[in-house]
Design a protein around this ligand. Structure first.
Ligand SMILES: [Zn+2]
Length: 414
């Protein structure tokens, strides 16, 4: 029976080539099945989610060759209508260095992100601390204003700050948010909603329902279920989007709305390890759903580099940079095919205070952490597309990245 299901799924994957779907891991399968049945999700998606993760869809290879890199550099980019903003949460420059040196999951040509043509640095301090948290830094990156640690899209006085997604929407552009974290995590939240505290999960989920991004992919289905059932308006909003409660039901949900007439909310079970292409596949799916004549804004986050920093996990750092880089490669290829797209890759802050030893002949075990928290060091900015020479070889502040991205969304880049 399992083999039959695997075969059926493999066939459906061939039909929906490159799609973002897949399996529920065994651990959560039974609870997913129950919640799926309770909430009226299709039986076929519930059956799929019973399967262990043996099908290969998220190992579908994302390639990136020397020719792709040459094309990325040779393409004549034009004034953008699309902006892709990618954040390695807690991903420091030394994380990128050790991923380049030790990852067995990087491309043959190495990591793509730090080979983008325009590269610089950014300071990350918040309004009330030299060491930012993800809420204040994501608010800075999404709005162009500094705020206090813990605040989501609010200034230090508690007033709402307009974010880049709201600006994009006001221009009839589509909005996408893809994260390996909880959707209500600090980084994705600051790119969509407003709250005085990153910890007000229910309020953040409710605000996401009202904000209705065109694509929303990440962890935290149960956060949304709780909020949807506590409030009639939220409930009708939740049931009016095309949604999937597990990876296993992504394809069914996406195929149910071939005309792309509704927002797509895809809830997942991301816990990214080396060899995992899910973030890249979901980035690809998001780009496909967002493409339209007015343009779009897409934010993609990998939270794993932050988590690995907090737990002082060297291999976790290496693996998560490489996993994130697969998603970056998808975005770079999109820019080559759509030269009216700007790509910015950066970090909200560094986590773990990673220090490299002297010389080149070190092992991963020689790499040291100096904290289990965040550090105040500058992060990298890697960019591709029209006007991104702005970042090359200099240090900007994180709010300057936002100002550039907002100008790009508005079509106001010089
Ligand atoms: Zn953190």
């Amino acid at each position: 029976m399992k083999k039959l299901l695997a075969l059926l799924l493999a066939l459906s994957l061939l039909v929906f080539a490159g799609g973002c779907g897949g399996s529920e891991t065994g651990k959560d399968a039974s609870s997913t099945l129950v919640s799926s049945m309770q909430n009226g999700e299709s039986v076929s998606s519930a059956v799929k989610s019973e399967k262990p993760d043996e099908e290969p869809w998220y190992t579908t290879n994302i390639t990136f060759t020397e020719d792709d890199l040459k094309a990325a550099k040779a393409t004549k980019y034009v004034k953008p209508k699309n902006v892709i903003f990618m954040i390695g949460d807690g991903m420091g420059l030394n994380d990128i260095a050790i991923a380049n040196k030790f990852s067995d999951f990087k491309f043959d040509i190495g990591l793509v992100l730090d080979q983008l043509p325009n590269r610089g640095f950014a300071t990350t301090y918040s309004n009330d601390s030299a060491v930012t948290d993800s809420a204040a830094s994501a608010t800075a990156l999404a709005t162009g204003f500094k705020t206090n640690n813990g605040y989501i899209g609010k200034d230090p006085q508690g007033q709402d700050l307009l974010n880049i997604s709201e600006i994009a929407r006001s221009l009839n552009k589509r909005i996408g948010i893809v994260t390996s974290d909880l959707v209500t995590g600090a980084t994705p939240s600051a790119f969509a909603v407003h709250n005085i505290s990153r910890n007000n999960t229910d309020e953040l989920a409710g605000a996401f329902l009202k904000m209705r991004p065109d694509v929303l992919i990440g962890n935290g289905y149960s956060d949304f279920m709780g909020v949807a059932y506590a409030d009639d308006e939220n409930r009708s909003l939740f049931y009016s989007v095309n949604r999937a409660s597990t990876f296993g039901s992504f394809e069914t949900a996406l195929n149910n709305d071939k005309t792309n007439s509704k927002p797509f909310f895809g809830f997942t079970d991301f816990s990214l390890k080396s060899g995992d292409y899910r973030l890249a596949q979901c980035t690809q799916t998001a780009l496909r759903r967002l493409e339209n004549e007015n343009g779009f804004f897409l934010m993609v986050e990998n939270a794993g580099t932050d988590k690995a920093g907090h737990s002082n996990n060297r291999q976790g750092k290496v693996d998560n940079v490489a996993v994130f880089d697969k998603a970056v490669a998808v975005a770079v290829k999109y820019c080559i095919e759509h030269p009216d797209t700007v790509l910015i890759v950066t970090s909200d802050h560094e986590t773990g205070g990673v220090v490299l030893p002297e010389g080149d002949n070190y092992t991963l075990d020689d790499v040291a952490f100096t904290t289990t928290g965040h550090s105040a060091v500058d992060v990298g900015v890697f960019a591709l597309g029209y006007g991104t020479e702005y970042f090359n070889g200099k240090t900007v502040d994180n709010i300057d990245i936002a100002k550039f991205a907002i100008s790009a969304v508005k079509g106001e880049l010089k």
